[in-house]
Ligand binder design. Sequence first.
Ligand SMILES: Cc1ncc(C[n+]2csc(CCOP(=O)(O)OP(=O)(O)O)c2C)c(N)n1
Length: 941
Amino acid sequence: MHDVDGVNAGYARLLLDEYLDNPESVPPEWRALFESGEAEVVRGLPGIARLLERAAANGGPNGHGNGEVAVAEAVRPSPAEADRELVGAVAAAMALVKAHRMHGHLAARLDPLGSEPLGDPALDPLRLEPRLTLELQRRIPASVLRVHVEGETLADALPRLRETYCGSMAYEIEHISEHEQRVWLRQAIESWRYRQPLSSDEQRRLYTRLCEVEGMERYLRRSFLGQKQFSLEGVDVTIPMLDEALELAAAGGAREVVIGMAHRGRLNVLAHTIGMPYEKILREFEGERMLDVVAADAEGGTGDVKYHLGAEGVRNTAAGKLGVTLTANPSHLEAVDPVVEGRTRAEQTQRSPGAGIHDPTVAMPILLHGDAAFAGQGVVAETLNLYALEGYSTGGTLHLITNNQVGFTTDPAEGRSTRHSSDLAKGFDTPIVHVNADDPEAAIAAVRLALAYRARFGHDVVVDLVGYRRFGHNEQDEAAYTQPLMVDQIAAHPTVRELYGARLVEQGVLTADEAEEIAAAAEASLREAHERLRATFGQDIPPKSREERVPRDGTREIETRVPAAQLRALTEELLRVPDGFRIHPKLAAQLERRRTALDQGGIDWGHAEALALGSLVLEGIPVRLTGQDTERGTFSHRHLVLHDVETGEQFAPIQELPNAQASFEVYNSPLSEYACVGFEYGYSTAAPEALVLWEAQFGDFANGAQIVIDQFISSGLAKWKQTSRLTLLLPHAYEGNGPEHSSARLERFLQLTAQENLRIANCTTSAQYFHLLRRQALDPSARPLVVMTPKGLLRHKDASSTLEDLAEGSFQAVLDARVSDKAAIRRLVFCSGKVYYDILGHEEAANAPDVAVARIEQLYPFPVETARELIETYPSLDEIVWAQEEPQNMGAWRTIRHRLEEAAAGISVRFVGRPWRASTAEGYPTAHLIEQDRIARAALT
Ligand SMILES: Cc1ncc(C[n+]2csc(CCOP(=O)(O)OP(=O)(O)O)c2C)c(N)n1
């Protein structure tokens, strides 16, 4: 094959191009040939030896600077026959090629509605210097231009270059920083390798699919007047593109594809991509007629609108069965993006001992975006930022922008500052393929190229499918109020099904009658499904229950103890590093104290946490812990990953436990909350057996992920029957650090609680934290857990525990006061979290023998029964006080007051804490101290 004699000139030129870009990329015998100066023996490569000499003189084959001119000069047969004009022309020709690659997209015919592209002067051969007239173009051999399109001269190649870069497809790839990727993409694009004509069978299938897509939308619109369906019409080819993507994913070894999308076209995706039977979708439309209106099902579920529901299906592909998941999502556009990534990552991860094994080939994520949302929603950027991160990569996401050139009533010019909806992706080194949605074959080619690129480089890729929206934003909306001109244009514009049908008739692939029959058959199958469904009306539907899920006390016994000997052994393992590994001396001393704490007490937070998580891994429960600076811990208390002070080498003892039965993943996250919490939520839903923890740097920052908290974590169970063990660790306590580093907004989480949807805790000892984490992993009933975690208490002696505390006991939702004579107590103070130590440590504590301070460690589900039983053990109470350091309109008070009063059974309950405040905490440390003192004093006196 590498015999150079008589070899095809095109192949040789291809190799030469590769050689010029990267000498290492061609087979050694070819490299030798190119470097021998004898290349002229290869037919079709005139002047190569000299060309190479010049290139080399310019800094090697990859030389920059004047390389292009030098190469141009090199095509001269000899100085004596110099043709000055030609030399300049070759340089201009190279600029022209470059302009097509870089700016061709500006002149591409991407809009099915025919708007005039912007164009760019650099693409005009007659505006270059020298002017590249046709005559001059004919004299420039295409081979020196390093283009991959066909043609002997520039005159032949230019139309093809235009067709490639400025036709119904366009590309943005030149911003990519990896040279190898650019070279690969240029070759792939210009050779049309992924744009080969479809076979007539493929063409028929594509047409049939377009008939099904359109048929479904039309049928639903006619049959259910005014019901929202968010029609896909105008970007119908989305469905055949997904078909192609699924085939290619399966061919590449994937067993699972996870899809995230918004409202637009979702019903079509459910039917045609997931494979949900038409009857089931039609039943949703018939909804009101079918149900004897229920408020909630027996499990407390209250459901969601039909265009938010998730679904799973199995596709038969040429490469075998492929699982396809459409992820449930809220209205909040793009919020599902990181959830899909996390889900996919979980599917790709084998949670075997060590750090787990990540194999990106087994699952692929696909995200469908609206053009307005892609440009406008910041979470898109946060999600794009994940693709190459070790802890987050999914081997590349296929992003498909279903670009209908309008967002509800907002025109692109009002919705973004950049030209294309996809422009954000350029900042992430991601190739962008634009394609006109009225050219279905090009759209298929776009997917082929995109997925070939993903398979090769494991990198995200964007396809911007430019179409239109045939009707209003939804079926109740009148688009002509706001886009009157566009509406008129669209009304006169044939559908893509009609256009493609006509094209196939013209090509002789179908007769006009056949084209009509296929379209009619597609609608008929909808009608038939509807008739079958209607035939079932009036039959008995089992009545739905109105029962509500009643929150349990949360005191269910879960065995969380770990024998002391095992905890000792585990501590030893967690302190073990390879021979010669040098831990920072200050840190070594800190870690060394963990050894002595086993005997002397003083097991601090970081130690207890490592023992909880390490013991879980030994028991076969995978753990994944992420967050900003989480490997070390914001407050330098964790140190799960150690760094050799001389080599920088990293070592995580918890990933090396000899008897581990499951993986321990730990990663520092990027500086994002929204995408990172979404990612972990997604991961946790797909890995129900794992304990997935996300830690906020300070609890306040979790509200950057508020949409994920509101729309997924707290309500996913009620909406979609989807829950998880996701655990949020949120540092929370008033320590004088100002309004932003005090509160994790406990009140917000408490306000979201109902129907046992969450668990919320604030522990005051490291043993409580130990048992809480283990309980969260071991409880057969999975629920998200929100933990208000400490800062100052991380190393506070009173908050530390003994080996016995860990080896015995369990998590206690309520901790009683330590008093000898309960009958002497007239005031019982309840509090939660760090303020307990402020009250007990206050100088007035010694003067308050009739006051006892108890702790509520679990705030939801609120332990009413346990609190009541505790209160009953105090026979002489005059009053109960709820003391909190948060302002009265924040913290737990307003949500738990009625629970506490229920438990108090008639004894009055009084509030002590900061007054109503607009801001969480004081900005001045002195003001803070005064408030803390006042609160503790008020609780005691
Ligand atoms: C975060 C968020 N903000 C606002 C909305 C309200 N909304 C629903 S659809 C829509 C327009 C979306 O336009 P685009 O992303 O182009 O998708 P299209 O509907 O055109 O397919 C808006 C603003 C929303 N759903 N989510």
